[in-house]
Design a protein around this ligand. Structure first.
Ligand code: ZN
Length: 501
């Protein structure tokens, strides 16, 4: 007798369909929608969002979850049904914690804050943004209190992006990284002139860039029968089902990196979505389990594969054929070094693999102290610049290039940043394990073969969708919790060779 379970599944499938329809509208908004449609689109999205939210937090859903749980008494923890009820219950309890007036106020404030932030960033005017940032932080403290469950208010916020992860876990991760990363960056800083990335800054026809990148990601295993790539301003990946995954890319006609590595990055996200178990399709279990695990997949294909010497020993001749005038006289070694150039910079999104996590560490330290009331919003610019000097050896000349650069806080995304670093660490940890299982993976890569690597990710990560929380999933896949050791080993070996440190 599984009447309640059947009814629950039907309800949840309907809600998911509404959310996915909203995602189609959101994708369209960022790709093809004419600018004049902004207001109409916001209305449509608001209605879909409200309908799906109201349907989900209804008392009836809670009752069905309880009854379905009772019906399944004795079902294995790993079974699809038991997992569905477990995850639905978690989502339900989380969403019921926030009063609807609170959610409305947060939406109102962040919609307003986005424009104010964008203006402040354009005008290098931190004071223009500060009052709204204070209000947002007040609301985030309130949200943490509503959600509860943690020693630090940040615990409740990070949990919304990385279920089960605590502030202390993140602090420990950064302590491990800081110890080895800061000296590595300092050593490389003495030798920055050993790598020249000028060959990457030339005229590169966007149509040719696109054709080359799509050829590569097909080899990775991205299924164009169940996915698409389209141009956008701020690249992202979204999906409306495992059979309809959209990646987006920005093309720069004078710089090879954004579209090339951006495509490989978003493809990593896309492969995860396309690999979600078939049996989970149309349920709350489909898709990725957390932002950090999602990012592990994008960083894997972008960096560990896409910036490796083996990969380019296979694909560089084809890239040279695509751009003979630009790259015909640039050796494989010079190209490999150029795409791995380390350069302490002000802007996080332009950072290389070595310095990237320092940018995140700074944001994490500031966010946790802000939330705990240990630092004031007014003091942020100075604090930001002090930390950049300490960790990266540079001081941003303006707040536009400093504390105002990221959109996250204006959108109310507090606790989000650490998932980027978790993704970096996990990419190396998972890759190491995949190679231990299939030692031929690096050689395969040099022959343009990625099947064993993709299959390992499919079997150990993708197929489970949201069934397991990130900590469970990583322990099952690698036999240990998330750790910084694999990532630091990877960085030291690769950049030690490039920079002779
Ligand atoms: Zn990503």
């Amino acid at each position: 007798m599984t009447e309640a379970l059947t009814a629950l599944k039907k309800r949840l499938a309907d809600i998911l369909a509404l959310q996915q329809a909203g995602a189609v509208l959101g994708w369209d908004q960022q790709t093809y929608m004419p600018p004049g449609a902004t207001e109409a689109r916001a209305r449509q999205l608001a209605v879909l969002g409200r309908l799906s939210h109201d349907m989900f937090v209804a008392d009836e859903i809670g009752a069905l979850i309880d009854k379905a749980g009772a019906e399944l008494n004795g079902a294995g923890y790993e079974s699809d049904d038991a997992s569905l009820v477990r995850v639905a219950k978690r989502d339900y309890e989380q969403q019921r914690k926030l009063p609807s007036e609170f959610v409305e106020e947060m939406t109102r404030l962040t919609t307003l804050a986005y424009d104010v932030w964008a203006r402040a960033r354009a005008n290098n005017d931190f004071k223009g943004f500060a009052p709204l940032l204070e209000q947002i932080m007040d609301l985030k403290r309130q949200e943490a209190a509503y959600r509860g469950g943690g020693a630090h208010p940040y615990d409740a916020l990070i949990d919304t992006y990385e279920p089960g992860t605590k502030t202390a876990d993140v602090a420990a991760m950064f302590a491990d990284l800081r110890r080895e990363l800061v000296p590595l960056v300092a050593a490389i800083r003495e030798r920055l002139d050993r790598v020249d990335d000028a060959p990457l800054h030339q005229d590169f026809d966007p149509a040719k860039q696109r054709a080359f990148a799509e050829m590569v990601i097909q080899r990775f295993g991205f299924d164009f029968n169940r996915g698409r790539q389209d141009p956008t301003v701020h690249p992202f990946c979204t999906s409306f089902s495992r059979d309809d995954v959209r990646i987006t890319t920005r093309f720069d006609p004078k710089w090879l990196n954004p579209a090339l590595f951006g495509t490989l990055h978003e493809t990593g996200h896309g492969l995860y979505e396309q690999g979600s178990g078939e049996a989970l399709e149309g349920t709350v279990l489909s898709g990725g389990t957390s932002l950090g695990v999602h990012e592990s997949q994008s960083r894997l294909w972008e960096n560990i594969v896409g910036r490796s010497r083996g990969f380019w020993s296979c694909f560089y001749p084809q890239l040279q054929e695509t751009f003979p005038a630009q790259l015909g006289n640039v050796s494989l070694d010079a190209f490999y070094r150029a795409i791995n150039k380390v350069s302490p910079s002000f802007i996080r999104v332009e950072a290389d693999e070595v310095t990237y996590n320092l940018h995140i560490m700074i944001r994490f330290e500031i966010e946790t102290d802000l939330l705990a009331g240990k630092v004031k919003v007014a003091d942020l610019p100075e604090l930001w610049n002090t930390k950049y000097q300490e960790y990266l050896g540079i001081t941003p000349p303006t707040d536009t290039l400093g504390v105002l650069q990221d959109v996250h806080w204006s959108s109310g995304l507090v606790g989000y940043f650490p998932t980027y670093s978790m993704g970096n660490l996990l990419s190396a940890q998972l890759y190491e394990k995949a190679v231990a299982a299939h030692p031929s993976i690096p050689d395969d890569m040099a022959r343009g073969e990625f099947g064993l690597l993709l299959n390992w990710m499919r079997e150990n990560i993708h197929q489970y969708g949201r069934k397991f929380e990130p900590k469970e999933l990583i322990e099952r896949a690698t036999g240990e919790p998330m750790q910084a050791r694999s990532y630091m080993k990877y960085l030291k070996a690769k950049y030690g060779e490039i920079y002779g440190v």
